[in-house]
Ligand binder design. Structure first.
Ligand code: FES
Length: 147
C-alpha cells in the first residue's frame, strides 16, 4: 500500500523532530521574560509626567525603568534590570517590583532589596520633567560604585 508507509514515516519523523523543536524553543525562550537586558543608555522620554500620580510608581517595561513620584515635583527612577542575574523585571505591585526569574523583590521608591536572592539595590537613574514629560537615564557612570 503506497499510502501507509509515508504516513508512518511522517509520524516517525515528526516524533523524532519534536524533542529538537522543543530544545529550539527552550533555547530561544529565555527565562527572563524579555530580551532587552539593559537600562537606558541615553535619556528616554517616558511620556506625560501626570501619568505617574503623586505617591505612585509606574513600570516602563520597554525601557527597563521604574519611576516613582515621591511628591508633586519629586520623581525617582531606577533601572529595572535585576541586580541578581540581570533579568528585566516585568511586575510591579504597588511599589514592589518582583523579578520573575528567581523571585527577588525591590522597593520602587528607593531601589532597595526587599527579598533575596538579589542583594544589591537597583541602579538609580537621573530623572527630570521637561515640557511635562518624564525624561530618565542614562545611568551615571559612577553609579553603584562606592565613593
Ligand atoms: S535575576 Fe532577578 S531574581 Fe534572579
Amino acid at each position: 500500500m503506497p499510502g501507509t508507509p509515508p504516513a508512518r514515516r511522517t509520524v516517525l519523523r515528526a516524533a523524532a523532530l519534536a524533542p529538537a523543536v522543543g530544545l529550539g524553543l527552550t533555547a530561544c525562550a529565555s527565562d527572563d521574560g524579555g530580551s532587552n537586558r539593559s537600562a537606558p543608555t541615553a535619556p528616554v522620554d517616558l511620556g506625560k509626567s501626570d501619568d505617574v500620580k503623586v505617591g505612585a510608581s509606574k513600570l516602563y517595561t520597554d525601557e527597563n525603568v521604574v519611576v516613582s513620584r515621591i511628591s508633586e515635583d519629586e520623581y525617582k527612577a531606577y533601572s529595572t534590570i535585576c541586580t541578581h542575574a540581570r533579568c528585566p523585571i516585568q511586575t510591579l505591585e504597588g511599589h514592589k517590583l518582583i523579578c520573575q526569574c528567581h523571585g527577588s523583590q525591590f522597593d520602587a521608591t528607593n531601589g532597595k532589596v526587599l527579598k533575596e536572592p538579589a542583594v544589591k539595590p537597583l541602579a538609580e537613574l537621573p530623572v527630570k520633567v521637561e515640557n511635562g514629560k518624564i525624561i530618565a537615564g542614562p545611568q551615571n557612570p559612577g553609579a553603584g560604585k562606592k565613593a
